[in-house]
Design a protein around this ligand. Structure first.
Ligand code: NAD
Length: 280
């Protein structure tokens, strides 16, 4: 029997409807998200277009600050400082990839944590060790949301996160610990990834390598969340999980595209409303 698809588009649509209600209840107070972009990146342009469309649906104003190629780190930090001090800006994000010479961590730390709607400032990241913070990292929160949507009992569930990056793998592991899941984190140094994934009730894959996880690495009935985004030779977007073989074994599976991605955008909007002071 094929896996039950975790339809991120549908889940995100329902989230946007609820966010719209919160936005309306917030009245005529401004909710503004500013996207800072350097140069032109076609892949980022698609992502920004999706964010803009989703923001409009929820009733969030989204502005773009376009900086020219050749912008230095100092220039960018000065733009961020300006946005930090603007009372009408609820949240901001700096689109990646950043050009060489600009350190992503320095940029992230320059954003006022109260306006860090991607949830990547060290103070928002650190706060997840206590409980889910007001502004959690969006992709990790999206993966968590998709797992919760299965209705599985997470308490004691064997969970394997493949990938231990700061923005995805590590925060996902911590968020799932809050559900009393038993979490194992695999990474490039793990000796035998298959040994771990085969005993997992939940697998979250965030590596950036197409087809890394195959059906024969998955326990029958497991929930598989594919965070990866890779461009195939034919230009098509695929995840880190080999969809066809995983679909025959898994109980729940996220498609790529249409899984984690749309829910991540919805989380960004939820964080923006929270940063503005709305109840969500
Ligand atoms: P990263 O490059 O920062 O980290 C990759 C991780 O994979 C590291 O922890 C590394 O140790 C691990 N790894 C590499 N090879 C491995 C192997 N053979 N076996 C096990 N672990 C291995 O990547 P990232 O920023 O976390 O992104 C991961 C993927 O998620 C990328 O495809 C990225 O595009 C995607 N992503 C998706 C979203 C979304 O919203 N859907 C958001 C962010 C990132």
């Amino acid at each position: 029997m094929p896996a039950q698809l975790l339809d991120g588009k549908q889940i995100a649509k329902r989230m946007r409807e609820r966010l719209r209600e919160s936005r309306d209840a917030f009245g005529d107070r401004p909710v503004r998200l500013v996207s800072v972009e350097i140069g032109q990146n076609p892949a980022a342009a698609v992502y920004v277009r999706n964010q803009r469309r989703a923001a409009a649906e929820v009733g969030i104003d989204m502005d773009t600050v376009n900086l020219p190629v050749g912008t230095t780190e100092a220039d960018l930090l000065s733009v961020i400082a300006g946005l930090n001090s603007r009372a009408d800006v609820s949240g901001m994000l700096v689109q990646r990839p950043l050009p060489p010479g600009i350190d992503p961590r320095t940029v992230q730390m320059a954003i006022d944590p109260r306006k860090d709607v991607e949830g990547m400032h060290p103070s928002n990241m650190g706060a997840i060790l206590y409980e889910e913070p007001l502004l959690p990292p969006c992709t990790a929160a999206a993966a968590q949301q998709l797992i919760v949507a299965t209705g599985m009992d997470l308490r004691g569930a064997e969970t394997v996160v493949v990938g231990h990056s700061e923005i995805v793998g590590k925060p996902i592991a911590v968020l799932l610990l809050h559900h009393l899941s038993t979490v194992t984190v695999c990474h490039i140094g793990t000796r035998n990834v298959v040994e771990h994934t085969r005993r997992a009730d939940i697998i979250v894959v965030a590596v950036g390598k197409a087809g890394l996880v195959h059906g024969d690495m998955i326990k029958p009935g497991a929930c598989v969340i594919d965070v990866g985004i890779n461009q195939g030779a034919d230009g098509k977007i695929v995840g880190d999980v080999d969809f066809a073989s995983a679909n025959e074994v898994a109980g729940f599976l996220t498609p790529v595209p249409g899984g984690v991605g749309p829910v991540t955008v919805a989380m960004l909007l939820r964080n923006t409303l929270r940063a503005a002071g709305a109840e969500v």
